[in-house]
Design a protein around this ligand. Structure first.
Ligand SMILES: Nc1ncnc2c1ncn2[C@@H]1O[C@H](COP(=O)(O)OP(=O)(O)OP(=O)(O)O)[C@@H](O)[C@H]1O
Length: 627
């Protein structure tokens, strides 16, 4: 158990003695009295931030991973600019190779760009430095479907393209993670894939490696003649990766920049909330692998700036989220309502750490004869994460939080709340306590979000208060603690949230504040904790018993049995096989609640009809207005 976990054992968060006078300028937690200026309080950051009157004044340009490393890199890595990823010299892109006469001609080595993309082994802001995936070998892997290819055991060329292998080595990836071991040969065998693997276990490489390896070896697809003569200049990507948030899209793009280094493949990224004109300009310079949020991609498709006619690979990252109610119409529009090749003529790849049965069922519309891959149990949490569940009444949460933070080791702490308003209020409160906090949520502008994330990644703000917008996919090294100040209503969201720590073989701590308001989650929390070999507090058992018969189940999602065991496998193997009508397995829940059969059922018939109303931002306003 980590020191933090030990420290927390001594906490009594219901001890009201420490919670009085919360509005005083500086709260002193019980065990810190007489020790002010501990690990967090009194940082120069906090002071300067308060002087500025608001937590939003962070200058960009942190050294964190992802889009924020270059400050400007979230917009096509500053290609053509002086600082960003492929920054051009006199218009010649650095690190971009060519495909000439049926041959791949990699670009010259560019040491400065290499340093920017891959960092050094000593730089802890590059997560892959010194991590160890060895114990992942014990994790059970299940691959179901027809003729599943054997996994690879090492990164070698062949089967991987030699340039890709060089880039993998430059990234200091020593051996493939379990999901990568399987996904590489499955995708190389031209199979569709639904892959479920724990948070932080390398799913991004799981789709990038096989897609890029094939692309490097076989070159670009020809643009159809009638398209080439189009009046409007268009981009013709061969692979499109859809992600639910701008930050995740940017992060995937940054990973793609590493692994496409020196190759003919040019990655690009488009997302809402940013200047569309600048994005179109970048697309016009060429884009072979496009990472996009669905709303902005729909917008660019409508404007005729992108054609999907050459798509060989459609990737849905966080696929369950992408097919959830908010995004599904947009995805259907992109997939069925434009010029993307049919399911038979493209490969469709879905990745997530969670894959509820109802979403698996829906996903079959987009897949053909796919392999279902589960690494660990679908929706399980990593044993690398020590999970604590504390009983805290709503009114005691602030003081409990301060107690926890005071007991924390140095490092980054991510605090999840349910609403944007709460995110702002709690951040203000933390800053009032001289803590270095910032916030990320859907009401903040794109540049504010980027600055907040950059400040957090670089450690200038050690606390990030976030809504669910930061729950999925974000890969931030040194997050040592995730606190669910407010729990989500869906257990899968909890799984993704705590997965922001304990990534890539590292350890982390997750603490949840639980009270009667969360009792619908009690049963699934117990299952999850037990499965991950964590302590289950007595009050949770008691609340679960109280709630028994009260329609627990999947919280907001509902649909299938509340028993996680029955929803952690390939749905084709637990009844409701490919031939089953939609209602047969989706409506089979005895727990009721959740999606609400009526509206869910109706979305099947409405494919693509309502997408246009959801706007052009990265996130569907229909589904996430609270975050
Ligand atoms: N084979 C590998 N060797 C070393 N590091 C790796 C390897 N594959 C991935 N990583 C690193 O592990 C971290 C987590 O990877 P990634 O973000 O792809 O996880 P994920 O499974 O997509 O997580 P999430 O479910 O949260 O989206 C990243 O920092 C990545 O660079």
């Amino acid at each position: 158990m980590s020191d933090l976990a030990n420290n927390m054992e001594n906490l009594s968060v219901n001890d009201k003695s420490g919670s009085g006078n919360q509005t005083a300028s500086s709260y002193v937690p019980p065990h810190m009295r007489g020790k002010r200026g501990g690990s967090r309080g009194g940082s120069t950051f906090a002071n300067s931030d308060r002087d500025s009157g608001s937590y939003s004044y962070f200058s960009g340009g942190g050294r964190g991973r992802g889009g924020s490393r270059n400050g400007s890199s979230s917009f096509f890595g500053g290609r053509g600019g002086s600082s960003g990823g492929f920054g051009g010299r006199g218009g010649v892109p650095r690190g971009v190779g060519r495909w000439v006469g049926g041959k791949h001609v990699p670009s010259e080595v560019d040491e400065a760009l290499e340093l920017q993309l891959f960092g050094t082994a000593e730089d802890s802001s590059f997560q892959s430095s010194g991590i160890n995936f060895d114990h992942y070998d014990d994790i059970p892997v299940e691959a179901s479907g027809n003729d599943v290819p054997d996994p690879i055991t090492e990164f070698t060329s062949p089967p991987l393209d030699s340039l890709l292998l060089e880039n993998i080595i430059k990234a200091r990836f020593i051996k493939p993670t379990p999901v990568q071991k399987y996904s590489v040969p499955i995708i190389a065998a031209k199979r569709d894939l639904m892959a479920c693997a724990q948070t932080g276990s390398g799913k991004t490489g799981g789709f990038l490696f096989p897609v890029l390896s094939e692309s490097f070896a076989n070159g670009p697809a020809e643009v159809p003649e009638q398209m080439a003569n189009s009046y409007i200049k268009k981009a013709f990507p061969t692979a499109v990766v859809l992600a639910p948030t701008r930050e995740l899209a940017t992060q995937i793009y940054d990973e793609a920049k590493k692994f496409t280094y020196r190759s003919w493949v040019r990655p690009g990224v488009v997302y809402g909330g940013a200047d569309i004109g600048g994005q179109i300009k970048e697309l016009n310079r060429g884009c072979d692998l496009l990472v996009a949020t669905p709303g902005r991609l729909s917008d660019l498709l409508e404007r005729g700036r992108i054609s999907l006619c050459n798509i060989k690979y459609l990737v849905l990252d966080e696929a369950d989220r992408m097919l959830d109610m908010g995004f599904e119409p947009q995805i259907r529009h992109i997939v069925d309502g434009c010029d993307m090749p049919s399911v038979e003529n493209r490969q469709t790849l879905m990745f997530s750490a969670t894959f509820p049965m109802d979403i698996q069922h829906l996903a079959r519309d987009f897949l053909k004869d796919y392999v279902f891959l589960s690494v660990g149990r679908v929706g399980s949490t990593s044993e690398n994460i020590t999970q604590n569940v504390l009983y805290v009444e709503d009114g005691d949460k602030r003081s409990a939080l301060l107690d926890l933070l005071a007991a924390s080791e140095d490092g980054l702490t991510l605090i999840f709340v349910e609403t944007k308003r709460m995110a702002d209020a709690l951040t203000d409160f933390l800053i009032m306590q001289d803590l270095s906090a910032t916030a990320i949520h859907g009401d903040r502008s794109q540049s504010e979000r980027e600055r907040a994330l950059a400040a957090f990644r670089s450690g200038r703000a050690s606390l990030l208060v976030a809504t669910a917008v930061a729950a999925r996919g974000l890969d931030i090294p040194n997050v040592i603690h995730v606190i669910n100040y407010d729990l989500p209503s869906d257990i899968d969201d909890y799984v993704h949230r705590i997965g922001r720590t304990g990534r890539a073989g590292n350890t982390g701590v997750a603490t949840a504040f639980f009270n009667r308001g969360n009792k619908n989650l009690a049963k699934e929390m117990i299952e999850l904790l037990t499965e991950a070999k964590q302590d289950v507090p007595d009050f949770l058992e008691q609340l679960s018993r109280e709630n028994f018969g009260g329609g627990g189940g999947r919280g907001g999602r509902g649909g299938f049995s509340s028993n996680r065991n029955s929803s952690t496998r390939d749905y084709r193997r637990v009844g409701g096989g490919p031939g089953a009508p939609p209602g047969a397995s989706r409506g089979g829940s005895s727990m009721g609640g959740g999606r609400g059969g009526g509206s869910w059922g109706s979305s099947w018939g409405n494919s693509g009809s309502s997408w246009g109303n959801t706007g052009s931002t990265g996130n569907s306003s229909a589904s996430n207005s609270w975050w």
